[in-house]
Design a protein around this ligand. Sequence first.
Ligand code: HEC
Length: 124
Amino acid sequence: MAAAVLATTQHALAEDHGRALYMEHCASCHGANLEGQPNWKTRQPDGLLPAPPHDASGHTWHHSDEQLFLITKKGVAAIVKNYWSAMPAFEGVLSDDEIRDVLAFIKSTWPQQEREFQEGRNRQ
Ligand code: HEC
């Protein structure tokens, strides 16, 4: 019982911490409401894509935890070789734990269906 309460509290703390980190490091591009940048599916004249939403309308939830962690730490090229993108790598800016907290916050905003889909990706 105490362990369960503790685990729930730790989870909530991670999400709160993640929210603050998100607002500081991610919201300028991905939006304060995780809505992304306008026309995020259309490449700009420089060939780069705008920042996609992190809410259910985007495709962040199509990626496993491992992929999301790597994208945030190393940039999109970590999962798509030689891919050039406007997504900065947060290695050296955020610790591994901070990256996990930001992702925990993003995941906490998804509806049940997207969460279950994403959890399935972790098992593949
Ligand atoms: C300078 C703008 C900018 C900032 C700041 C930024 N991102 Fe991004 N992010 C992007 C862009 C642009 C893309 C799309 C890259 C592409 O596909 O070409 C992206 C893509 C992503 C993706 C992949 C999404 C998908 O569906 O494939 C994740 C995950 C992500 N960002 C997480 C974060 C997190 C977490 C933070 C904060 C710690 C952050 N980003 C901060 C611009 C930014």
